[in-house]
Write a protein that binds this ligand. Structure first.
Ligand SMILES: [Ca+2]
Length: 300
């Protein structure tokens, strides 16, 4: 085979490979659709978002510092407030994110990450866990358990919980190089703080010019991970559910409608779409649906 022809062939194959890759990334999810606006004024600084497993079509959110220990259940189809849960024996020092995952003894639990820096300059560095209630009415929820930790970082804004109930917290860092920590399971219920060493962490391959990331979520089947930065949504497909190893790969950027103060992101219960919600009164809930495979145009 003539060398010139071989060069042309290799170049052509590489070009096609790149075209396929770029096209697939660009067509993975649809652009934002406005689902509806918050109609209640009690949610005015939405700081986290998570899909209920027990009540499909319901999203949980919360305010950051300044509110009580309250979880708000929203209708995912119109952003209306359905119910308010108050968590006994918890404090909202600066709740930064929320997730849903398994309880210790089966069933589904809501996890709340209180690890922001409050107005007093302090961070509670505590994860709260409550069982998902059976009914969607205003009620008080007992604390299922708590996890108090310490670390060398100042704050985090991202809480991730996987199918096994493993809890990951991501630091919030200016200029990139944030770190994902896994919190030790034995720390649940311990009255003393458990120090989490850097050996239990991995750097995120993100370099932004803001304090990032600001939120994230693991899909219900555990195979998809979202991390939200101030101006971008990043995605990893993690079929082996090894989220630490996934951080050695660059993410795919997904569609994001820029919000004024958007910190909240979650998958829906099926993993076929994700949602974002901004801080602020009457904020808009946006959804981004996964394109069906047949609609993906393979170039080349
Ligand atoms: Ca937050």
């Amino acid at each position: 085979m003539a060398p010139l022809f071989l060069c042309f062939l290799v170049f052509n194959v590489l070009s096609q490979t790149q075209a396929v890759s770029v096209k697939r990334q660009a067509t993975l999810f649809n652009q934002a659709v406005a689902v509806g606006n918050l109609t209640t004024t009690v949610v005015d600084e939405a700081s986290g978002l998570a899909a209920s497993r027990r009540h499909p079509g319901i999203l949980y959110t919360h305010n950051d510092s300044g509110d009580g220990p309250k979880i708000y259940a929203l209708n995912a189809s119109d952003a209306s407030l359905v119910a308010t849960f108050t968590v006994v024996a918890a404090v909202n020092h600066d709740w930064e994110d929320i997730a849903v995952g398994p309880c210790d003894e089966g069933g589904n639990c809501i996890y709340i990450g209180d690890f922001g820096v409050g107005h007093d300059g302090q961070s509670a560095k505590t994860i709260y866990r409550v069982k998902e209630p059976a009914t969607l009415v205003d009620q008080i929820l007992d604390l299922d358990s708590f996890l108090k930790f310490d670390w060398s970082s100042t704050e985090g804004q991202t809480l991730l919980v996987d199918n096994d109930g493993e809890v990951y917290v991501v630091t919030n860092v200016l200029g990139g190089r944030a770190k994902m920590y896994i919190l030790p399971y034995f720390a649940w219920g311990e009255p003393e703080r458990t120090y989490v060493h850097s050996t239990s962490s991995v750097h995120l391959p993100l370099h932004t010019s803001h304090h990032d990331p600001v939120g994230g979520d693991i899909s219900p089947n555990g195979e998809d991970l979202l991390i939200k930065a101030k101006h971008h949504v990043y995605y990893w497909h993690v079929p082996d559910r090894d989220y630490f190893r996934a951080m050695s790969n660059p993410p795919t950027e997904l569609p994001y409608h820029q919000e004024r103060l958007g910190e909240s992101i979650c998958w829906d219960v099926t993993g076929d779409k994700y949602y974002t919600l901004s801080e602020g009164r009457f904020a808009t809930l946006y959804s981004y649906s996964r394109k069906v495979p047949d609609s993906i145009t393979v170039v080349g």
